[in-house]
Write a protein that binds this ligand. Structure first.
Ligand code: GLN
Length: 285
């Protein structure tokens, strides 16, 4: 189909789909998401008004976005936003795009029996997705979020501002380096955990995300183990550590937490039924 600037919504979607179907597993969803962004509407609009004609500017913008997607650029990077925990997060190439899988970490943390005013730490916060979701649900938690990457710290601060969740403290820190001597009732992290040799790193959206947010040494366990080891000094009596990990890493992470002296070690599955998070309680202060 040759594409003039007088295309309807339905024709534009069909055109985009035909361009994306070979390169994207989610061609339909991508075509829709990009179009909604261009016309600044909710999803129901495109089904209510499929015959509506795009303006020349709208179609030009759409074409440019679909072409970027065809080159593999993640939709979240093209539109600069990704929803997580029903909140809109600004995203860019400096850190990980928030994943729906990580919502199980948020849900698990919110169900832990911690104080209403608990001190909570999010290590490697990236966009700030976890810490800011906590803040939206538990306004009285005293939340600190850290990241080693300065640009990620700036991004998390922009999200804090945008979501007006100003109570969250955001710091540049190499894991625990900037929070020496502090104690938390809950420490969470979605650290890099993919094996540097994992062939999936050459496929799909992860190609456009920084390895600093994705990969770790020791078959992906280096940061998970580092955090689990050092968190013990930063957890108050009875405090919890909750870590996201790869779907095949649960057994090893559980054993590591047990070896390090954590109690009540357990793994939680994500909504795709994959082992996704493991928690432990520290009772030995
Ligand atoms: N779950 C992500 C993925 O598989 C990785 C997230 C991470 O490394 N923390 O792409």
């Amino acid at each position: 189909m040759s594409q003039s600037s007088f295309s309807t919504i339905a024709e534009s979607l069909q055109w985009a789909y035909s361009l994306l179907v070979d390169s994207s597993e989610s061609a339909n969803i991508d075509a829709e998401a990009l179009l909604l962004h261009c016309i600044n509407k909710q999803r129901s609009f495109i089904y209510t008004w499929p015959e509506k004609v795009l303006t020349t500017d709208q179609f030009k913008a759409y074409k440019a976005m679909v072409e970027k997607r065809q080159q593999g650029v993640p939709v979240a990077h093209i539109i600069g936003e990704r929803e997580f925990w029903s909140l809109p997060f600004i995203v860019n190439a400096t850190t990980l795009i928030p994943r729906p899988d990580t919502e199980i970490l948020v849900e698990t943390a919110l169900n832990l029996p911690v104080a209403e005013t608990a001190k909570v730490l999010d290590l490697g916060t990236g966009t700030g997705a976890i810490a800011l979701s906590f803040a939206s649900e538990r306004p009285q938690w005293q939340i600190t979020a850290v990241d080693k990457v300065t640009d990620a710290v700036e991004l998390a601060k922009a999200n804090r501002q945008n979501l007006n969740l100003t109570q969250v403290e955001i710091l540049q820190s190499d894991w625990f380096s900037a929070i020496e001597g502090q104690q938390f009732q809950l420490i969470v992290s979605n650290p890099p955990y993919i094996d540097e040799a994992d062939e999936h790193l050459a496929m799909g959206d992860v190609r456009f995300e920084p390895s600093s947010a994705l990969t770790a040494g020791d078959a992906g366990f280096a940061d998970l183990f580092h955090i689990a080891t050092h968190a013990r000094a930063y957890l108050s009596e009875g405090g919890y550590l909750l870590l996201e990990h790869g779907f095949e890493q649960a057994l090893v992470v559980r054993q590591k937490l047990i070896d390090l002296g954590y109690d009540n070690v357990a793994t939680v599955r994500d909504f795709g039924s994959n082992d996704r998070c493991t928690l432990g309680q520290w009772n030995k202060v």
